[in-house]
Design a protein around this ligand. Structure first.
Ligand code: SAH
Length: 217
């Protein structure tokens, strides 16, 4: 892959970050990460003109790279602190994982589609980002590496998976869009004590579905 990032790309990224700020994102570290990460390299080169528009885009295998504004909302709600352990479900292109890395988090990310997992592993290494990537089922989380300070689910989930609640530290939070194919509500699940959770709601979104653990395509 050709890693090319020029002044034009940087200019487009600044505009993208400014646009997201104008939509209400206040966390400047989130905006700085969006301004820094070369999103055009996460898309097929033919789609350069779409890379810095604030919209979701296909990345193959029927999946999408989330809309930058959505990435910003989820990251702002998560509010990751340097060195915190964050679990992401749905690696996809790896873009969200890079935003978390830029903010200093230790990132663990799970993807259930083998080809997307392979692609992200190769590409992020080339870009010199180092999340810990896993091929597996997000409904199960990563018990070996738990507990996590934060968990972020980047696919629409039908319910809050029990294993993920267990793998959250007390005081930690999970950002999860809950709903079906027609849309989801962004929920923040704060773990206040063992088996105690406070849930708040943060608007409507539209993600690809978090799929059951079945044969991979
Ligand atoms: N965070 C991604 C966007 C991902 S789209 C990015 O920044 O590009 C949602 C992803 O979740 C898809 O790649 C899909 O394959 C994956 N996914 C769906 N169900 C899953 C599950 N049960 N476990 C892990 N990943 C899952």
């Amino acid at each position: 892959m050709m890693i090319q990032d020029n002044y034009r790309h940087k200019g487009l990224r600044k505009k993208l970050a400014d646009g997201i700020r104008a939509k209400g994102i206040r966390n400047e570290e989130v905006l700085a990460a969006i301004e820094k990460i070369p999103r055009h390299l996460f898309l097929d080169p033919a789609f350069l003109e779409f890379a810095y528009q604030d919209q979701a885009f296909p990345i193959g295998s029927g999946q999408t790279i989330s809309q930058p504004y959505t990435v910003a909302v989820q990251t702002e709600l998560l509010d990751p602190q340097p060195r915190q352990k964050i679990l992401e479900i749905g690696t996809g292109s790896g873009y969200q994982a890079c935003v978390l890395l830029e903010m200093g988090a230790k990132v663990f990310s799970v993807e259930r589609q083998r080809n997307l997992y392979n692609k992200a592993k190769k590409f992020l290494t080339e870009l010199k980002y180092r999340p810990k990537l896993f091929f597996g089922d997000g409904y199960k989380g990563l018990p070996t590496f738990a507990p996590f300070d934060g968990i972020i689910i980047t696919a629409g989930a039908p319910f809050i998976p029990e294993a993920l609640k267990e793998q959250l530290k007390i005081g930690g939070k999970m950002i999860i869009p809950i709903g079906g194919e027609s849309g989801q509500v962004m929920k923040v699940v704060l773990k206040t004590a063992e088996n105690k959770f406070e849930i708040s709601e943060h608007g409507g979104f539209s993600f690809v579905p978090m799929l059951e653990d079945k044969a991979n395509d």
